[in-house]
Design a protein around this ligand. Sequence first.
Ligand code: FAD
Length: 390
Amino acid sequence: MRTVAVVGASLAGLRSVEELRNQGFAGRIVVIGEEVHAPYDRPPLSKAFLAGTLPAEELALSEEDFDAEWRLGVRADRVDPRAGEIHLSTGEVIGADGLVIATGGRPRTLAGTSALSGVHTLRTLDDAVALRADLQAGVRVVVVGAGWIGAEVASTCRSLGLEVTVVEAAFIPMERALGPVLGSLCAELHADHGVDLRLGVGVDSFSHNGSRVTGVLLRDGSHLPADVVVAGIGMEPSTDWLLGSGLPLDNGVLCDTGCVTSIPSVVAVGDVARYRTAEGNHVRHEHWTNASEQPVVAVRNLLAGTTVDSFRPSGYVWSDQYGVRLQVAGETSGVDEVAVIDGSPDDRKFVAEFRRAGLAVGVLAMNNAKLFGRMRRQLAQPPGVTIPAS
Ligand SMILES: Cc1cc2nc3c(=O)[nH]c(=O)nc-3n(C[C@H](O)[C@H](O)[C@H](O)COP(=O)(O)OP(=O)(O)OC[C@H]3O[C@@H](n4cnc5c(N)ncnc54)[C@H](O)[C@@H]3O)c2cc1C
């Protein structure tokens, strides 16, 4: 293999470049990234960066260029994997015999808001800069969606002293991911911090003054005055540029257990990759650790020209909101029991175990990193092996 093109210059793309060099690839690497920025960290965009306590310079993910050619501010418009050609928005065509797809995703937008100022999504540094500029003293913020990002934005806005309403169509926030008990705890966190939480109700439409949003009309008929609206309603994997490439697409780039697509010289990593698990399902994760870990296996398989290794997710996710740190590892959905094994949710310091058929398959901790760390390592062990307390 002489040239590898990496499309997407964010976490998964950067880790792929690092891994190519770590695993001894000495050929040409061309990285194509639509954003003008060098790879930066997204998690602080809803936390310290949005709060104004972390400057943009500290978001950089690496100081090194790994002897790669970085084409930033350039989009890959289409790819012909069999011919080994990637067509760029500049008109340049890159010839490559290996391709890493690391194009992540784009946030879903609220219907009927494209022409309205004051309505934001949050995925990129530019999104965060624009949102932060709008968070002036006294503004009223409505966050649509009480998932991880919506909750973090609400928390940061409250820390800035702003009036915040969160609208969530489900009756319990995060119920699908965390179950009803811990989902209800997420609702309590919002309420504890003075957020007006509207559950079980959808958004109908938006009021405006011609150009700027002035409020959100809910399906129950209520109207929430708003100067700023933030959509936290999930993302769509960025696969539009792959249409017509012949690569299998279905809510992401479909790949095998080792992140290899139907073409052995093409792998997919990070938020865009929908890989096959050992059980035969295809899954896609939208979390930092996954995007950081997957490239190790994907690059090994790319360089081998076949799938020699399978990806085993650690399933680690964290979220900082309302002064608490939530950490999750392993599986939390499709379980039959959630048991608090240390501390108490009322004290906002506890550890809960997710069990299936009596076996621990996942763990969630609030403000208890030490026990979480031990249980996370325990989850990674085969049944019967116990990690001693340290
Ligand atoms: C605000 C926010 C907070 C988060 N907080 C947490 C957290 O606390 N914990 C956690 O575990 N995870 C968190 N995440 C998730 C985590 O940041 C993502 O899982 C991670 O960024 C995924 O990395 P990626 O490289 O796969 O995709 P992305 O980071 O989405 O990067 C994909 C890149 O590809 C580029 N691209 C797309 N299409 C093209 C194209 N055709 N040509 C060229 N370039 C293209 C995009 O512009 C983008 O730069 C957060 C995400 C956000 C947005």
